[in-house]
Design a protein around this ligand. Structure first.
Ligand code: F6P
Length: 316
């Protein structure tokens, strides 16, 4: 049997450990592992390679993905999907393991409907915004990168008695911002999923004897610059904005991400051996399981209400 692995959409730490496990466990199970380089673009352009142990030696500690990734516009056109299918057929690949987000899983659902290609999705995105899983590969590394950055920024915030607004990634999802705020001792956290009250925060901040402030703002709100100005105009404290940007996507994968990569990929290959079709591997209630891809892609991820409740004071 021939199977392939590819990354699609935003990269994240943990993709390389996942790729290593893919090759090694496939060979262990007498399956031929293939790489598809450059995401959906490489699928269209036949950028394939039969993988061996040598390809994955020494990659476990590296961020990013040796598979490289892309966001493909061409894939939306049927003629390019036809090419993608023909490339898979030529290599006799029946199943693709997809490291990506729900947009990538949707792309493969189309390929499955049109050409019968099977896929197993591995939730891989720092945004942690995929329905049905409590955890996506790469999130722990991103959180640790953010923690380290906030710890460093706090040094200057304290030395200069400043407010720092720190913008985290995550698209429409405030998970990174919320967990980072809770674990970094921030005074304020604003995310798309929860209402906030600047007047009440202002009253609290003016009453407090705080000499500096750390405010974590999720990029999805698009208000980071306004909040910086709010600190200057309403609280009367010098302030700076730090947009963390793509450092959150990179870095040496944490132990947790290496472990999740190992468990997700092992589960994915076992699903293939059990002849399961179009599944997404998930981590739910501390267990690795799988869900039908359609269930994952047709529902919206929601932040844990308990987390939102306990962080209320950072928003009001
Ligand atoms: O989905 C991952 C992510 O890093 C988001 O958090 C962010 O909004 C987006 O990708 C950035 O995309 P790009 O790398 O294309 O600028």
């Amino acid at each position: 049997m021939n199977i392939a692995i590819m990354a699609s959409g935003g990269d994240c730490s943990g993709m390389n450990p996942a790729t290593k496990r893919f090759v090694e466990y496939a060979i262990e199970k007498n399956i031929n592992p293939y790489f598809i380089y450059d995401g959906l673009e490489g699928l269209i352009d036949a950028n394939f390679k039969k993988a061996s142990y040598l390809d994955v030696s020494g990659i476990i500690y590296r961020g990013g993905t040796i598979l490289r990734s892309s966001r493909s516009k061409r894939f939306f056109e049927k003629k390019y999907r036809q090419k993608a299918y023909e490339n898979l057929k030529k290599h006799n690949i029946q199943t693709v393991v997809v490291l990506g987000g729900d947009g990538s899983f949707r792309a493969f659902e189309v390929l499955s409907e049109e050409f019968g290609i099977n896929f197993i999705g591995i939730p891989s995105t720092i945004d942690n915004d995929i329905y049905g899983t409590d955890y996506c590969l790469g999130v722990d590394t991103a959180l640790n990168v953010i923690r380290s950055a906030i710890d460093d920024i706090r040094d200057t915030a304290m030395s200069f008695k400043r407010a720092f607004v720190i913008e985290t990634m995550g698209r429409e999802c405030g998970y990174l911002a919320l967990i980072s705020a809770i674990t970094s001792g921030a005074e304020m956290c604003l995310i798309p999923e929860a209402p906030y009250d600047l007047d009440s925060l202002k009253r609290k901040f003016l009453k407090s004897k705080r000499k500096y402030f750390l405010a974590i703002v999720a990029e999805g709100l698009k208000i980071s610059k306004d909040i910086k100005r709010w600190f200057e105009n309403e609280i009367g404290i010098e302030s700076r904005l730090t947009i963390l940007g793509h450092i959150q996507r990179g870095g040496n994968p944490t132990v947790f991400d290496r472990r999740v990569a190992f468990e997700f990929v092992t589960y994915a290959i076992d699903l293939i051996l059990d002849d399961k079709k179009n599944q997404v591997v998930v981590f739910k209630d501390s267990k690795v399981k799988s869900l039908d891809s359609k269930k994952v892609t047709s529902n919206r991820y929601r932040l844990d209400q308990h987390l939102l409740n306990i962080a209320q004071e950072l928003m009001h």
